[in-house]
Each structure stands twice: as structure tokens, then as C-alpha cells.
Ligand binder design. Structure first.
Ligand code: FAD
Length: 387
């Protein structure tokens, strides 16, 4: 049996950086005669910008989480926790495993991206993909607990992926490993980090200035950086590299690139070559349906937009406007991606590296700024008194 069809329904599939904005708008000014249904695979949403800070011990886990039930209650929205199996595009329904289908008048799909290794990985591999982020800490904790640490070898961490996320994780992971070893009463040994990156430069898309600061910091800390190197296979604690070498890791964190969640491919909507859903400049699918696709899940047909949270966040107000417009049969508003944005990398030691335009900078004040921006952002979703 389907849900009641007496009023219009807006569905948000995945409550990430863009869709969460819609829930917040709904708290302040719900669309009349319309109900909001949110569907998520986890009861908490995580804010990736703070994940490295949680590893470094700058924040508790809860500080990077948004309690979705609480947020939806504030908006008078229904939250469905479950597994979506597909869409029935003719009937405009979301199909769920073991639950009734949900009809929609408009839907926004924002289920992000995954970081699935594109190489063969044995069942007993020490590899931990960074996503889903909701379970990342638990999974690396388990890997540390399962490791028989040897005093003379240290705890060997390999991070695969030298984008901003991989770099921040490489900066911040030693603190987490040390804390976990202490709490599990294991031998406390130094954490030795290796960063592997397929490209010739770390943090692609940034200036030489930022890049130099990152490399200097790794040099100071003794982090080994392997550029122009890929992983071709992971067997147990052994990663086979593209140059034939083998690298032993007690923990191998996979943080390389954004891959499409498999669900996207089963929605019978136009996709790009990778499998992300193609959208026009109003964030709408290319199919003639009231379906928006936001954040990492969408690829603009004629613009190259990086898959980054800052873009997903800026799509929020456009999506809100366009959900209203589509329900009222009005022309949709175009989204114009920003040309550049402030980049801030947490070094995990009370300092950060940043870049705005062509200028790079570094210091405690940069960390202070990052902390302030991230905390203010999350407060809007965590604090019931904020509007
Ligand atoms: C470690 C790390 C650090 C990063 N730091 C930054 C940064 O500092 N700045 C920046 O701009 N970008 C950063 N990024 C990139 C950023 O996280 C993504 O670009 C951003 O999360 C995209 O937002 P989104 O709304 O598309 O997806 P998400 O924020 O990932 O939200 C998707 C939501 O959908 C849910 N979901 C997934 N599948 C389903 C399903 N089948 N059914 C229902 N719900 C589902 C997920 O649980 C999640 O809550 C970082 C990424 C990583 C991995």
C-alpha cells in the first residue's frame, strides 16, 4: 500500500550537505500543503570537514554528527531509515526494501559518493575505505584492535589518495592510532604514515604555495609520500604498487577519488561515464521528471564541478528555490558554481594550511578560522534553538 496521496510530497533521498539545507528551510517556512519525507540509510549524517579533526582529537565524534530524527522532528518531516531499491519513474515512487513505496511530486537525490577501491582486495585485507563515514572510526578502531603490534615496527598506516581529504587524514591519523593503542592497552609504538597518490602532485587543483607547505609538513614529520604510484592489489596487509613494489600496512585507508553509489545506476536515469546522474544547470535530471540530483551524486552536463562539500553546500539555496518553483509550475533557476573557494587543511596539531585564490597561508589562526567556520556550519543543524 502506498502512502496517502492527499497532499503533495517532497522527498529528500540522503540527507547530506545540500538536502540538509532543505530540512532547515522547512523548519522556518514549510511549503504549504506539502509534506516532507526524508530517507536515509543512517540515523546520523556526518560532516566530512570535521572528520580529520575527530581523528586528531580536536573534536568528539558527536561534534561532527547531525541527529536526523531530531532535525526532521523540528521540521515536522517524516524520517524513513531504510534501504532504497530503486525508483518507479512512471508512478513517481521511491521503492524501499520491506517498506511501502513513497510517492513524490518532487524528489532531491543527494546520496553523495563512495570510495570503493577499484582493485582486487582480499577478504582479510587491512584495507578500510573512508566511506561510509558514519562507521569509519569504528572500522579503523577494530583494525587497530585486531593488529598484533610489534614494538620494533611501529604501527604502519598507508593512506591511498593524495587529494585534500587524504592529506588531512595523513596529518591527523597518528593521534587517533596513539589514542586507540592506549585505550586498548596495546604496546604504544610510533605511527608511521605513507601517503600514496596516483598523480604527480598532491592536492590537485591547488596552488604551488599550498602544495609546498603540505610537502614541507610531511617532510618534517617523516611521512613518506609516493607520487605517480597506484595500488594494483591488496592481499592481507600487503599492497602491491604499480611499480611492482609491495608495501606492508597494519591499516590501509582508502581515500582515493569519488565513485558513484551503485544505487544511482539502478534508477534508470541518464548518467555520466562513471555512473553519476547527469543534471542540467538547474540541478534537475536530464529526464523529463521532477527529480533533482545534488552534491556528489550529480554531474553537470556542460560544466566541470569538483565533487566537494563546498559546492554541495552552495547548491542548497538553489535547490530550495527550485523545489518551490517546480511545485508551482514555474521556470527553474540556474545554479552557477563558484569559481574558487577557501581551502583549509587541518594539520591535526592546532595549526592548519589554507589557500584563497593564489595566496596560501598557514598557522594557528588558520586552524582557528577553520574550526570557527565548521562549528558555525554544524551548529545550524545540531542546535535546536538556531534558526
Ligand atoms: C575525509 C573527507 C574530508 C572531506 N573534507 C572536505 C572539506 O573539507 N571540504 C569540502 O568541500 N569537501 C570535503 N570532502 C568532500 C565532501 O565530503 C563531499 O563532497 C560531500 O560530502 C558531498 O556532499 P553530498 O551531500 O553529496 O553527500 P554526503 O554529505 O556524503 O551525504 C550523503 C548522505 O546520503 C546518505 N546515503 C548514502 N547512500 C544512501 C542510500 N542508498 N539511501 C539513503 N541515504 C543514503 C549518506 O549516509 C549521507 O548521509 C571531504 C571528503 C572526505 C572523504
Amino acid at each position: 500500500m502506498n502512502d496517502s496521496q492527499s497532499e503533495r510530497t517532497v522527498v529528500l533521498l540522503g540527507i547530506g550537505h545540500t538536502n540538509a539545507h532543505i530540512v532547515r528551510e522547512w523548519i522556518r517556512r514549510p511549503i504549504p500543503d506539502t509534506r516532507l519525507v526524508c530517507i536515509s540509510n543512517y540515523s546520523k549524517a556526518t560532516y566530512s570537514g570535521m572528520l580529520p579533526g575527530v581523528l586528531a582529537g580536536n573534536y568528539h565524534l558527536e561534534q561532527m554528527e547531525i541527529d536526523l530524527q531530531q532535525l526532521c522532528d523540528r521540521a515536522g518531516a517524516r524520517l524513513i531509515l531504510g534501504t532504497v531499491t530503486g525508483l518507479n519513474n512512471d508512478r513517481q515512487e521511491v521503492l524501499l526494501e520491506g517498506q511501502p513505496a513513497v510517492r513524490f511530486d518532487a524528489i532531491s537525490i543527494g546520496i553523495g559518493s563512495t570510495t570503493k577501491p577499484d582493485v582486487s582486495v582480499s577478504d582479510d585485507a587491512t584495507l578500510v575505505p573512508v566511506k561510509p563515514m558514519q562507521t569509519f572510526l569504528r572500522r579503523i578502531e577494530k583494525q587497530v584492535d585486531d593488529t598484533e603490534v610489534k614494538r620494533d615496527e611501529g604501527f604502519r598506516v598507508t593512506v591511498v589518495g593524495g587529494g585534500a581529504a587524504g592529506v588531512e587524514i595523513a596529518f591527523c591519523i597518528p593521534n587517533f592510532i596513539q589514542r586507540t593503542l592506549q585505550s586498548s592497552e596495546q604496546v604504544n609504538v610510533p605511527c608511521c604514515v605513507t601517503l600514496i597518490h596516483r598523480g604527480e602532485e598532491l592536492t590537485p587543483g591547488t596552488t604551488d604555495g599550498l602544495n609546498k607547505r603540505v610537502r614541507n609538513e610531511f617532510r618534517k614529520r617523516g611521512v613518506e609520500v609516493l607520487l605517480g604510484t597506484g595500488v594494483t592489489q591488496v592481499v592481507g596487509n600487503r599492497a602491491v604498487l604499480s611499480d611492482g613494489r609491495e608495501l606492508i600496512s597494519d591499516l590501509l585507508i582508502w581515500c582515493a577519488g569519488a565513485t558513484p553509489p551503485p544505487l544511482l545506476n539502478s534508477l534508470e536515469l541518464p548518467t555520466d561515464a562513471a555512473g553519476f546522474l547527469l543534471i542540467d544547470n538547474t540541478l534537475k535530471t536530464l529526464a523529463d521528471l521532477p527529480i533533482f540530483v545534488v552534491g556528489d551524486s550529480g554531474t553537470m552536463q556542460d560544466r566541470e564541478v569538483p565533487k566537494a562539500g563546498v559546492y554541495a553546500v552552495r547548491q542548497g539555496p538553489i535547490l530550495w528555490e527550485n523545489l518551490n518553483r517546480i511545485l508551482h509550475g514555474e521556470p527553474l533557476k540556474p545554479y552557477e558554481p563558484q569559481q574558487q573557494f577557501l581551502k583549509l587543511l587541518n594539520k591535526g596539531n592546532g595549526s592548519a594550511i589554507g589557500e584563497q585564490g593564489r595566496i596560501s597561508f598557514e598557522g594557528r589562526w588558520v586552524w582557528w578560522l577553520k574550526n570557527w567556520i565548521d562549528s558555525q556550519f554544524l551548529k545550524k543543524y545540531q542546535d535546536a534553538s538556531s534558526s
